[in-house]
Design a protein around this ligand. Structure first.
Ligand code: PHE
Length: 445
């Protein structure tokens, strides 16, 4: 079990009944892949950072991952019943402190010090933590990059502010993208997207355009690097197809997601929007308007280098690490795959908890009292670590008479580095089974 206190960056935190960080997670808090020379996560960060001039953007890459509930949720306007706050989704150090679930946790504090730093915006890259499913693209620790840019309206008319934003936009390079679809800047109808109180439509539109230009530049850079990595200099000059989709975040309005067409599929790569004024007011920026975005570095690195499994980033295997050199983007050459080994486990959910049972495949479900798929996922990770490639819900069944619910999960054991023996997989599976009974109080079938 976790000790009574947790010390990180010289700060000691008490643990309590809210604490749900497994001891196996602790080594990750100091790994800093985004700062590890030659690591693909760090390389991806550097490539994107190069598009944001240091004269305008402060760059923060060493902010410690333990933040307050206020930083991570409250000051960003997350409602008190938001699912993201639940102990099944978020790692709590104690009732008041969490492992940040996103880099947005640092928005307010960094807005507050912008003038002191002599900047108009910032980039923050950091490790973030979420309880989640197990598969090739999910890991409880990953990395995000947050970006923001403010425009001062001090001593300016609204018209002057808009002109200034649009003039700055015109000075930026033209991205090599084709926008094949774009949501209206302000949607009407069922869920009308509001312009923030105190923003004119013209101002919000100008900020939104500036934001879109900056992010289209990111995408166009990433994709030309990806094509070069694959040795395809023709594709490197082609336009990337993107689309803007309207989205919702509690701290931006309007909000968008940017999707890119990649191997025939639309992939969501970032969330962004015009920062809500109450957040800026809270952060001492009453006289500013601006944009913010957040993107996942793993997702982009996987695309750019063709990395097939998120566990590879954490592997110390030289066959992986050797392939990455600072500044040189080369497509990853997968080393041979080792065999998979599937094991199923079926169990009845604890009596009286049927109503809170698992939802659809891969969907974390349940209420505070019930069975939480993420708890099961964590139990499996605790036993198998990186030897588990994915876990899928393959069957659900409710007994017609008793109303009791049974679920069956398929665990796929496969090492990235070697062939597992039958004996060791059996041993892992037996541990999963016994811990399910002991820790989760379920009845095995
Ligand atoms: N923090 C959001 C997420 O993790 C992304 C985001 C950042 C959205 C900044 C808007 C503005 O999903």
């Amino acid at each position: 079990d976790l000790p009574n206190t947790l010390t990180l960056a010289n700060i000691t935190h008490n643990t309590d009944t809210h604490t749900n960080i497994p001891p196996t997670l602790l080594p990750y808090l100091t790994r800093n892949l985004h700062l590890t020379p030659n690591h693909p996560i760090s390389n991806t960060r550097l490539i994107i950072e190069s598009l944001f001039p240091s004269s305008t953007f402060a760059k923060y890459n060493t902010l410690p991952p333990i933040v307050t509930v206020a930083q991570n949720f409250d000051c960003l306007g997350f409602p008190s019943d938001h699912v993201g706050r639940s102990r099944s989704d978020t790692y709590y150090v104690n009732k008041y402190t969490v492992l940040r679930t996103h880099t947005s946790a640092h928005q307010a504090e960094k807005f507050r010090t912008l003038e002191r730093e002599g900047k108009e915006g910032y980039l923050i890259s950091a490790d973030v933590y979420r309880r989640d499913a197990i598969d090739r693209s999910h890991y409880p620790v990953f990395h995000q990059m947050e970006g923001a840019r403010l425009f001062s309206r001090r001593d300016k008319t609204s018209g002057q502010l808009v002109d200034e934003i649009l003039k700055d936009l015109e000075g930026m390079p033209v991205p090599n993208v084709e926008v094949v679809e774009s949501c209206k800047l302000f949607e009407e109808g069922e869920n009308p997207v509001q312009v923030e109180k105190g923003h004119s439509v013209e101002e919000a539109v100008a900020v939104g355009k500036h934001l879109q230009r900056q992010l289209e530049l990111v995408v166009s850079k990433v994709f030309s690097e990806a094509a070069l990595a694959a040795g395809d200099s023709v594709a490197a000059k082609e336009k990337v197809k993107v689309r803007w989709v309207s989205a919702y975040f509690p701290f931006t309005s309007p909000s968008y997601e940017l999707e890119v067409l990649w191997n025939g599929e639309w992939l969501e790569i970032l969330g962004c929007g015009v920062i809500r004024q109450n957040l800026l007011d809270y952060a001492g920026q009453k006289e500013s308007i601006g944009w913010a975005f957040g993107l996942g570095l793993e997702r982009i690195a996987m695309l750019m280098y063709g990395i097939p499994d998120i566990r590879l980033f954490w592997s110390g295997d030289e066959r992986f690490l050797e392939q990455f050199k600072e500044g040189v983007v080369k497509r990853f050459e997968p080393f041979s795959k080792y065999p998979q080994c599937f094991k199923d486990v079926a169990f009845w959910l604890a009596e009286g908890r049927g109503a809170a049972a698992a939802g659809g495949a891969g969907v974390a479900a349940g209420t505070e009292e019930g069975f939480h798929e993420n708890d099961f996922m964590e139990l499996v990770r605790g036993v198998g670590g990186d030897l588990v490639e994915d876990v899928k819900l393959i069957d659900e069944f409710t007994h017609p008479k008793t109303g009791r619910k049974s679920v069956c999960y398929r665990i796929n054991y496969r090492s990235l580095e070697r062939t597992l023996t039958n004996e060791e997989v059996d041993e892992l599976q037996n541990k999963v089974r016994s811990q399910l009974e002991e820790k989760m109080g379920v009845q095995l079938r």
